[in-house]
Write a protein that binds this ligand. Structure first.
Ligand SMILES: Cc1cc2nc3c(=O)[nH]c(=O)nc-3n(C[C@H](O)[C@H](O)[C@H](O)COP(=O)(O)O)c2cc1C
Length: 201
């Protein structure tokens, strides 16, 4: 199957192959319904004990805090995220509070589970004709301070969402990178029965 320059040997859903992370967005607004649809999709991710550690803080581009959100990103990212429609900070709860009333304890799968939630959000965005782009390039300390984040919450990632625009909007160095990327081949990722002898290499 081939979707937008990506090809694969097996029958992978086109929604998955069609998702990619552009940087050129058209600076149009997103409706609150579209935003909430993304978070609603994310909340259907599986999690250990169904404890649902993901939390989302978000701003629309027309919100008063938009520039303050942008300012939490590293300059390399804010330079293009400024044209996105929505900027999200994805948090996870590092504390697991069992429903049976036993003591809270450190969670061990909060990041893994929240990664699953982000993946569903990204696919739902693709289904809505939008594009999403995850970002680790933000100032962690500044963001924690800005949000006055309680210690138990970890910032996992920021995510820009918007409508894709012509790559000519981007400065030259980013323009040449504005294309769907490839992946490692399956035979270096998945091993039936046991690891190959050269696995560590
Ligand atoms: C956790 C995470 C952090 C990322 N951080 C950044 C970032 O700070 N800036 C950026 O331009 N892209 C960032 N990316 C985007 C990746 O580079 C991109 O997802 C990857 O190259 C695969 O390309 P694709 O999403 O188009 O398939 C990040 C992606 C993830 C999942």
């Amino acid at each position: 199957m081939t979707v937008s320059l990506r090809s694969t040997s097996y029958d992978v859903d086109p929604l998955i192959l069609g998702r990619w992370s552009p940087r050129s967005f058209d600076a149009s607004p997103l409706s609150e319904t579209e935003a909430l649809t993304l978070f609603d999709a994310a909340r259907w991710a599986p999690s250990a004990y169904n404890y649902q550690p993901w939390r989302f803080l978000y701003a629309h581009r027309e919100d008063k805090v938009w520039n303050e959100y942008l300012d939490l990103l590293l300059p390399f990212n804010s330079a293009w995220v400024k044209d996105a429609s929505l900027l999200i900070f994805v948090l996870s709860d590092t504390l697991f509070v069992p429903l049976d009333g036993t003591d809270a304890r450190p969670a061990t799968t909060n990041s893994f589970d929240t990664g699953a939630a982000w993946a569903l959000l990204a696919l739902q965005a693709a289904r809505l004709g939008l594009h999403s782009h995850a970002l680790a390039g933000y100032d962690e300390g500044k963001a924690r301070g800005y949000f006055d984040l309680p210690d138990r919450y970890r910032i996992e990632v920021a995510v820009a969402v918007g409508r894709i625009a012509d790559k000519e909007r981007l400065p030259e160095p980013l323009r040449v990178r504005e294309t769907p990327s490839d992946r490692l081949p399956l035979d270096v990722l998945a091993f039936r029965d046991h690891l190959p002898d050269d696995f560590a290499g």
